[in-house]
Design a protein around this ligand. Structure first.
Ligand SMILES: Nc1nc2c(ncn2[C@@H]2O[C@H](COP(=O)(O)OP(=O)(O)O)[C@@H](O)[C@H]2O)c(=O)[nH]1
Ligand SMILES: [Mg+2]
Ligand SMILES: [Zn+2]
Length: 338
């Protein structure tokens, strides 16, 4: 199977080695000339109060935020994985370098924090969200898929669905379950990591952009990343996960740069996905399949839940709107009221 160009990552590691050495010896690299200067980078992971930042030259440094920081984001969501930042390289030691500015986010994937009613930015500045589910073990949860699709729309991300473990279920059953998403213009990939089916489609999808991989635990996310990008990257994951253990992190998404243009953002297994950034009365507008009906309800402020002469409910009853999509609507509407 063809692999992504991992040379950068290798280079980066050896650069880091050199760099460590440079603290002890007189070996110099480009970065050494940058002490005291401001340079651009991207946050690749957050470990407690520390941020791993990949600099323009691909060096990775671990740093803290400056006491005074320029940003348009609020305090609780000041810095997220994927953020483009400016770093002031410390005169004394690279580890004392600080983030002095966070650039405006182009896109974001966020949810309602599991720690209370606030926004949890999972990742910033990705292009795409790949929602990974399993045909079985665990059986896919379409409620979760619908939530994630909406979250991608809110945050400005292109989204697609990847169904793994198709070796465990009849394909026509799966296609029947997911054809609604194809009719909504979403790409739906049917893959099996175990049987090596359609893996290259995922590779093509991720090529040339930043893609967030997200899904419940057990769906085969690690297996997929492993066949796609090799054990090499897996190792990087494990290292960054290990160092993050036992620390309180609001987001431990990890950005892995594959080449100049492509990166993957790996996210921890998702159990719940509360939506953030949407009001209950806006929700129906996020369901493209309700279009053509939601405008025709008797009441202008129809919530499509209990009102008489609701064109959406009628369409559900007539089988014109997928009943499971409507269930997701009810389910999300209810969660947004709280
Ligand atoms: N039958 C089947 N099992 C798979 C497939 N892909 C992964 N698995 C298995 O699913 C389990 C969970 O996989 P893992 O990659 O750890 O899932 P993650 O929690 O999403 O990272 C492992 O036992 C894998 O061997 C597949 O295509 N078919
Ligand atoms: Mg895993
Ligand atoms: Zn209605």
């Amino acid at each position: 199977m063809p692999r992504f160009d991992l040379i950068n990552q290798n280079e980066e590691q050896s650069k880091q080695e050199k760099w460590k050495l440079s603290k002890k010896s007189s070996i110099t690299s480009d970065i050494l000339n940058k002490k005291g200067k401001i340079i651009n980078g991207q946050v690749i992971s957050i470990i407690g109060k520390n941020y791993k930042v990949q600099l323009e030259d691909n060096n990775i440094i671990e740093c803290r935020r400056a006491g005074k920081i320029t940003s348009s984001h609020n305090e609780s969501q000041l810095i997220a994985t994927g953020d483009n930042v400016q770093i002031e390289i410390s005169e004394k030691s690279f580890d004392l370098s600080t983030i002095v500015k966070v650039e405006e986010r182009i896109t974001h994937l966020s949810r309602n924090s599991i720690y209370g009613d606030k926004e949890d930015i999972i990742a910033a500045n990705a292009d795409k969200l790949l929602i990974i589910v399993a045909a079985a073990e665990p059986f896919f949860n379409r409620r979760l898929v619908d939530r994630m699709l909406i979250s991608a729309d809110i945050g400005g991300l292109e989204s697609a669905i990847c169904i793994n473990k198709i070796d465990l279920m009849p394909l026509d059953f799966l296609q029947n379950e997911f054809k609604i998403y194809e009719s909504l213009g979403k790409k739906v990939f049917y893959i099996s990591v175990n049987d090596n089916i359609n893996i290259t489609e995922i590779q093509d999808f991720t090529q040339g952009n930043i893609t967030i991989f997200s899904g419940q635990s057990g769906v085969g996310k690690s297996s997929l990343l492993n066949v796609l990008y090799g054990e090499h990257i897996q190792r990087i994951f494990q290292i960054s996960n290990r160092s993050g253990k036992g620390q309180h992190t609001t987001s431990n998404a990890t950005l892995i740069k594959l080449n100049e243009k492509s990166a993957i953002i790996d996210t921890p297994g998702i159990r719940e996905f509360g939506l953030w950034g949407i009001e209950p009365q806006e929700l129906a507008l996020m369901f493209d399949d309700f279009e053509g009906y939601r405008e025709n309800c008797k009441f202008i402020h129809c919530t499509h839940i209990h009102e008489p002469k609701c064109a959406v409910i009628e369409a559900v009853e007539e089988g014109k709107i997928d009943v499971q999509r409507y269930q997701s609507y009810l389910n999300i509407f209810d969660s947004l009221k709280k």
